[in-house]
Design a protein around this ligand. Sequence first.
Ligand SMILES: [Mg+2]
Ligand SMILES: [Zn+2]
Length: 229
Amino acid sequence: MLDFDGTLSPVDVGETLLVRYGGVNQARAQRLWREGRLGSKAMHLRQYPLLSGRRAAVDAFVDGVALDEGLSEFQEVCRRLGARILVVSDGMDYYIRRILDRHGLADAQVYANHLEFVDGRVALAFPHENPWCDRCANCKGALVRDLRREGWRVAYVGNGLSDRFAAPLADRIFAKDELAAELDRDRISYTPFATFRDVAAAIEREGVFPPRACSDRGDPPVCRFGPGF
Ligand SMILES: [Mg+2]
Ligand SMILES: [Zn+2]
């Protein structure tokens, strides 16, 4: 399971679009999110409509985005091991799909929030919303939980705040940047990586990894999964 912004794409596409074409103050928004005062959905509903009327600029930027340099090695290892590639993002499917299609990942399954331009204006939908969780718009933690319940073994690759509740629930964690710092703080073990070449090498070395017991909802308990978790 791969995060998109800052992970599969070295550039945080969503954030760059909002800052560059929406005039958003991202530092302030991140602070509010971190303090638990603003969930992702509320934040998206506030910020993404600022891109209304900017579709041409958005498309031009998105079409220039390159993905991680180790991606093809990673895809090859997944193919050999029979692993599914899922892209999970609390960003928007509009740019993710467009970029994946251009990079030979048209088959990858994408779980993200939905954005489309309707008569030039931004329209949003949240198809993977978890009614129990007020932190995430697309609740990645609930998806990891569901997949493991179905019997999948989940490796999580991520870099940021939107991964911090989901990653500790996975069987295997690859982390960098802010996610790595958060996991260090919570004393949760993970494998650091710089590019997908590192992830591919580790997975190839180990083969199919063993399941890991996940004790609880993670700490702090602010991303929620509903009764019976
Ligand atoms: Mg990210
Ligand atoms: Zn959540």
